[in-house]
Write a protein that binds this ligand. Structure first.
Ligand code: GAR
Length: 217
């Protein structure tokens, strides 16, 4: 079933762009109905306009409860006929207001291998910890911080000379591949959630074991 997507952004919107490109090229069976930002200067809004997609701002007001903010977001999404919500660099925790309006239909991308390194300043934390791999995760959203059932992940090696910026860029390239792919699985009705586990029907074999540094024997 073709997805009627609402995409929530706070910044550059390169993941939004990957979704727009994939649907334009027929790799993703989805129409982006509206893009919503919590900040008026998010470049993602400009990307939406260029693609001919309605761009809306629901400004973040620290004085107002998060539930109320989400109620306003839901109103915009509903007004545009959205059935699935993709968080794409959206820097707000969502509340039950949004989740209840789109049950099982809210997904997020996070730039680390969850459940390791949830939250903010992820690449700094990965480097400080000395992890040899990082990556990205697409997951269903629940009320926790980056805690929902995992749909798919991509693994990226951490290099000795990495900075947070170089690592972020290497991961972002993979984000642009796995996010449209995960949404396409959803569009095809191939994702089955059992507890915390998400199964792909029919299953895909995955692509092997990774070592960093490489194993010589
Ligand atoms: C991406 O790396 C995304 O995974 C991350 O922000 C970046 C947004 O880039 N999201 C989070 O950290 C969410 N907590 P984009 O605006 O160019 O898509």
């Amino acid at each position: 079933m073709s997805l009627r997507l609402g995409v929530l952004v706070s910044g550059s919107g390169s993941n939004l762009q990957a979704i727009l490109d994939a649907s334009r090229e027929g790799r993703l069976d989805a129409e982006v109905r509206v893009v919503v930002s919590d900040t008026p200067d998010a470049y993602g809004l400009e990307r939406a306009r260029r693609a001919g997609v309605p761009a809306r701002v629901v400004p973040w007001d620290p004085g107002r409860p998060r539930q109320e903010h989400d109620r306003a977001v839901v109103e915009v999404l509903r007004a545009h006929g959205v059935d699935t919500v993709a968080l794409a660099g959206y820097m707000r925790l969502v509340t039950g207001e949004l989740l209840a309006a789109f049950p099982g239909r809210v997904v997020n991308i996070h730039p680390a291998l969850l459940p390791a390194f949830p939250g903010l300043h992820v690449h700094e934390k990965v480097l400080a910890h000395g992890a040899k791999f990082s990556g990205c995760t697409v997951h269903f959203v629940d009320e926790g911080t980056d805690t929902g059932p995992i749909i798919c992940q991509a693994v990226v090696p951490v290099r000795d000379d990495d900075t947070p910026e170089t690592l972020a860029a290497r991961i972002l390239r993979e984000e642009h591949r796995i996010y449209p792919q995960a949404l396409q699985y959803l569009a095809e009705g191939r994702l089955r959630v059992e507890g915390r586990r998400v199964f792909l029907d029919p299953p895909s074999p995955g692509s092997g074991t990774l070592h960093n540094p490489s194993v010589r024997f």
